[in-house]
Ligand binder design. Structure first.
Ligand code: BDR
Ligand code: CA
Length: 311
């Protein structure tokens, strides 16, 4: 098994990513740190608690992290995810509480407590907590086994602005710091997530599982559909964050290559753009593995099978 920590702003697609991981014996989910992003921090934390309860995995601690980006005002996305961030299913109010430690401190302590190279960070939101953890405890950069993130875009452009993907846009300074840190980064950008469309048939397959989690996932995806299908004119909405879990479980689903990535932090026009040197024209050192494509049928089959293992 591989030990992982999720850093997340759930979010329907974050939710599917986390639920699939909690159902997977290959992954030992050490905990979940929450960050402000899709919605404010109190809601991302509440949603994370709802998810561990839905999965019957209250052994997995949830720790609230940063309530805003390092140096900017928070930008949220209720227009996509609804007022709760997890609109769609009717999940009970959580009965459990978050842990006392700040999310960034939870990351630091957990990584330090384990053998070097054995913990992987899986990030599904703005990178604020991770950047704070790296700033407070630079030693953990070398202790991490790697970081797999959903964020950025190259060939597909942006989704919150023409240039920028939401997670990087919200806290570009944090993302820039992560790319410069030296941690081995794998990026699941819009280039690949836009290939993973939750079509009506794929949503029906979750519902047909007949369990609570399958019904919840189907309701979540039907909700996020509304906005994205109108926006992209596609047969279904891109399912972003579960690409991180799928990559951790079955990297063979995906194709990519090592590249240099730098993040634009200065320009108001292109704030949060991931400048990705896919063709190696800059001569800058390769600092990330950039995933460009993936097999969407295998991706949805994997997710559906895993969600089917939950209550
Ligand atoms: C990312 O932004 C959020 O809205 C989603 O949860 C995902 O992490 C996609 O750009
Ligand atoms: Ca997210």
């Amino acid at each position: 098994t591989r030990a992982v920590i999720f850093d997340t702003d759930p979010g329907q697609d974050d939710a599917v990513a986390i639920l699939a991981a909690l159902a997977s014996p290959e992954l030992d989910v050490l905990g979940i740190s929450t960050v402000a992003g899709n919605i404010p921090l109190d809601l991302t934390t509440k949603n994370a608690l709802k998810l561990v309860e839905l999965a019957g995995r209250t052994d997995v601690p949830v720790h609230a992290g940063c309530d805003r980006p390092l140096g900017r005002a928070l930008v949220t996305a209720e227009h996509v995810h609804g007022e709760t961030g997890l609109d769609g299913p009717d999940l009970p109010e959580p009965a459990t509480k978050p842990g006392a430690a700040h999310g960034a401190d939870f990351i630091i302590e957990t990584v330090r407590a384990r053998e070097t190279g054995t913990v992987t960070l899986l990030t599904l939101g703005p990178l604020t907590n991770v950047a704070l953890a790296f700033a407070k405890a630079p030693d953990i950069v070398k202790r991490l086994g790697g970081l797999v993130m959903m964020g950025g875009g190259c060939f597909e452009g942006g989704n919150i602005t023409p240039a920028a993907e939401f997670n990087v846009y919200v806290d570009p300074e944090a993302a820039a710091m992560v790319f410069r840190s030296g941690v081995p980064v794998t990026v699941l950008p819009l280039d690949v997530t836009h290939q993973m469309l939750s079509t009506p048939e794929r949503i029906d397959a979750f519902r047909a599982l007949g369990n609570k989690a399958g019904a919840a996932v189907a309701a979540m995806l039907s909700f996020s559909e509304r906005f994205d299908v109108a926006k992209y004119g596609s047969a279904g909405a891109p399912l972003h964050d579960p690409c991180v879990t799928a990559f951790a479980l079955e990297p063979g689903i995906f194709q990519g290559r090592p590249v240099n990535v730098e993040v634009e932090t200065g320009s108001p026009l292109t704030r949060g753009m991931t400048v990705t040197d896919y063709w190696g024209v800059s001569g800058r050192p390769k600092n990330a593995f950039w995933v460009r494509s993936g097999d969407s049928d295998r991706f949805f089959a994997l997710l559906t099978e895993r969600i089917g293992r939950l209550p």
